[in-house]
Design a protein around this ligand. Structure first.
Ligand code: AMP
Length: 491
């Protein structure tokens, strides 16, 4: 759960990186950072908190140069502390490099242990630091070859953005777990890379295309080069990005997140109908699915729960105590909508059951006569090891309870989930016809889209990672990632 953004060859690189990160804030709110380069030196600033707090204008002004990469972080590996904020920037024998990473490595501990045995000294607990060491130790010459060499030693999920004094390098892991896309500023010359194309809209950039799984893109003053240094692998884009995580105004790998969510809701209504007076979303992530549910069922859509936008997502505070009261802090029922009504509530996922239980009680207390919970994804039974923050298996209510037991726990009249196959179909049906062009309705990515390779085998698009529902993990993790404790506390 992180976001990366980069821009190369633009006089306002730091400001645009700031805006790009702002549009990716939903991907991580714990820390933010930007590294810039002026062709010679790298400058770096990182801090804990939201982009707007980490970068007051005077701080942004200190980040000099025409090239920038930035990162927003929510810790899924390594603790929540400034040391683990990204980008990580280092100087090594061949110069300097800054790195921002979205995803989790599944063999980070093993790689780290072997590096430490050979004398490497780590500053953080983040798995990304292992990549930095591998780059520094590589015998290859160019930064891109060193990066490819380093990545050949790691497994798991990475959408990676690197900045050297003279280049920006973007890499997506061979399975393409996390999204990454390429854009260009109007007038050409400046290229941009982001986790999601919605951040291009904010800065007026034109979407060119998604970076392919296993592709390495190098941006320099002379333009863009692309390579495929890794062996082909089955595609495993995280389907939960479509269900919950990505912004609905993003199109990822040619699939509109908004349309996918609406389709999920439509299928949910067809597979799990219920007689009701209103259908209400759990805002914000449940809204598009509820629109779809309403459309397919004919039950009127109503906003029965108001969300305060001045608190973060409930998961975003890592401590359990804060997360619990977060539900109350965040949502308030509108009793005129709910009183005396049979209500369907649609949410995208049910993890521990805490949110649903509180919402059901809240909606009943507001006068609803019946409360039917509908979830636009299957029961979440397995933790994610590829970059989505999920609790341990023991905390996932569906790993130990049947749907009926969960229904009783959350105190709804009925509870139903969308089956896996229906979820797949819903997402695939949201694929936009033309890949490589106009992914987000902004610009058309002409010429450049043609001069760069496009999706070679459309069949490869059809597989997603759905391990959190099925336990079928596409990349082994040995041993399961564990939280490393820093014994050196820099307070
Ligand atoms: P829970 O209360 O644990 O059942 O959480 C369910 C709620 O958390 C739903 O409203 C989801 O939209 C939301 N959610 C699901 N996955 C995540 C995640 N990885 N991070 C933050 N929120 C999430």
């Amino acid at each position: 759960m992180c976001g990366v953004f980069g821009i190369f060859n633009h006089p306002e690189a730091a400001n645009l990186a700031y805006l790009g990160l702002h549009a990716l804030q939903h991907r991580g709110q714990e820390s933010a950072g930007i590294a810039t380069s002026d062709g010679d030196q790298l400058s770096l600033h990182r801090g804990m908190g939201h982009v707007i707090d980490v970068f007051p204008p005077e701080q942004l002004a200190r980040l000099k140069g025409d090239n920038a990469i930035g990162h927003v972080r929510y810790s899924t590996a390594g603790g929540s502390m400034l040391k683990n904020a990204q980008p990580i920037a280092v100087e090594y024998s061949r110069g300097s490099i800054a790195i921002g990473h979205n995803g989790n490595l599944t063999n980070a501990d093993t790689v780290r242990e072997s590096l430490e045995a050979r004398g490497s000294i780590f500053q953080s607990t983040s798995d990304t630091e292992a990549i930095v060491h591998l780059i520094a130790m590589s015998q290859q010459k160019s930064p891109e070859d060193r990066i490819a060499d380093a990545l050949s030693h790691v497994k798991g999920a990475y959408s990676l953005l690197c900045l050297t004094p003279t280049s920006m390098i973007a890499v997506r892991d061979p399975m393409g777990f996390r999204p990454l896309c390429l854009g260009r500023m109007p007038g050409g010359g400046a290229y941009t890379v982001a986790s999601e194309p919605s951040s291009f809209d904010l800065i007026g950039a034109e979407y060119i295309r998604d970076i392919e799984p296993g592709e390495l893109v190098v941006v320099t003053k002379s333009g863009v080069k692309t390579a495929r240094p890794f062996a082909e692998s089955a595609r495993s884009m995280c389907i939960f990005e479509y269900v919950y995580f990505a912004r609905p105004d993003s199109t990822l790998d040619g699939i509109s997140v908004y349309e996918a969510r609406k389709n999920l809701g439509r299928k949910l209504a067809l597979i799990h109908p219920v007689e009701a007076d209103v259908v209400v979303p759990v805002p914000d992530s449940g809204v598009p699915a509820t629109i779809g549910y309403s459309e397919a069922s004919g039950i009127p859509f109503e906003l029965g729960l108001m969300r305060s936008h001045y608190v973060g997502r409930t998961f975003i505070e890592p401590q359990q105590s804060i997360r619990h009261f977060g539900v109350r802090l965040k949502l308030n029922p509108i009793s005129s909508v709910l009183k005396g009504k049979r209500v369907v509530i649609v949410d995208d996922s049910l993890i521990r059951g805490t949110t649903s239980r509180k919402i059901v009680k809240m909606v009943r207390a507001a006068g609803a006569t019946e409360v039917h919970m509908r979830i636009s994804s299957p029961p979440t039974k397995w933790p994610c090891y590829y970059g989505i923050d999920t609790p341990t298996r023991a905390e996932l209510i569906a790993s130990t309870h049947s749907v009926e037991e969960i229904n009783q726990y959350i105190t709804s009249d009925t509870l139903a989930y969308l089956p896996l196959e229906a979820m797949h179909e819903a997402v695939l049906q949201a694929r936009r016809p033309a890949l490589g062009a106009n992914g987000n309705g902004n610009g058309n990515g002409n010429g450049h889209a043609r001069s760069l390779p496009v999706i070679s085998d459309p069949k490869r698009l059809e597989s997603f990672c759905h391990a959190c529902w099925t336990g079928e993990y596409p990349v082994e993790f040995t041993p399961p990632p564990k939280q490393r404790q820093m014994r050196l506390l820099d307070i």
